[in-house]
Ligand binder design. Structure first.
Ligand code: SF4
Ligand code: SF4
Length: 213
């Protein structure tokens, strides 16, 4: 058994086949005495759906600081829009409402300084993602990583995840490049593709073999 093993799986099969794979794997892992983290980076809740988990036992929320505009005090002059070079602040056509894209904010502070109306624009912590986990048996912990943007998942989600998967000898990731990008895959010791049931069975055996090598 290697000291630490990172396995990535790309699912190109139907959702049902993907879930069947996870159910079978979790059942087989239950017979082994190897602490294993199963991590869903597919953005499709494949793992949580496979274990019929609606509510995780544990969660860590991740926030992003960005401005929030108080419509009762705002003059809708648009100065904060001009000050922001990152296109965080914009004005809705027609209504004139100020819109905020918190994920893009670098917290540089220019928009607050540029606003002449006291209390119209203030810092606010926006919920942008979360890492949730739940245990299945003694040795298996199932994680879901959900973020509003791909780059935010890398920047803020993975450091949080890293803290919680520390100590697990085996980490098995469910990937979808459209959701989490390709760069995380490079960190894996082994990568597998599952395109259908047959692949699923073969990968299942390969994964279990890797865990006893
Ligand atoms: S600069 Fe201040 S008053 Fe003007 S639109 Fe922005 S928040 Fe409103
Ligand atoms: S703090 Fe900076 S980056 Fe964020 S909205 Fe204001 S001007 Fe834009």
């Amino acid at each position: 058994m290697v000291q630490e093993l990172k396995i990535g799986i790309r699912f190109k099969s139907s959702e049902e086949e993907s879930q069947n794979f996870w159910r079978a794997l979790i059942q087989l892992l239950g017979e082994k005495n190897i602490p294993t983290a199963l991590i869903d980076l597919s953005g499709k809740d494949l793992l949580f759906n496979a274990i019929s988990c609606m509510q995780a036992e544990n969660r860590q929320e991740v926030y992003q600081t960005a401005p929030r505009v108080n419509a009762e005090k705002c003059k809708f002059c648009g100065k904060c829009i001009d000050y922001c070079k990152h296109k965080v602040v914009s004005m809705q056509k027609g209504s004139g409402k100020i819109l905020i894209e918190p994920e893009l904010c670098t917290d540089c502070g220019k928009c607050y300084k540029g606003c002449s109306k006291k209390g119209a624009i203030k810092k606010h912590d926006y919920l942008v993602g979360l890492v949730e986990w739940t245990d299945r048996g003694e040795n298996v912990r199932v994680f879901r990583v959900a973020f509003r943007k791909k780059w935010l998942l890398k920047k803020k989600g993975l450091p949080v995840l890293k803290k919680h998967i520390k100590g697990f000898e085996v980490k098995i990731y469910s990937f979808d490049a459209n959701y989490c990008g390709k760069s995380i895959e490079k960190d894996m010791d082994f990568m597998f593709d599952i395109k259908g049931k047959e692949d699923g069975d073969t990968v299942l055996i390969s994964v279990l073999n890797l865990m006893v090598d």
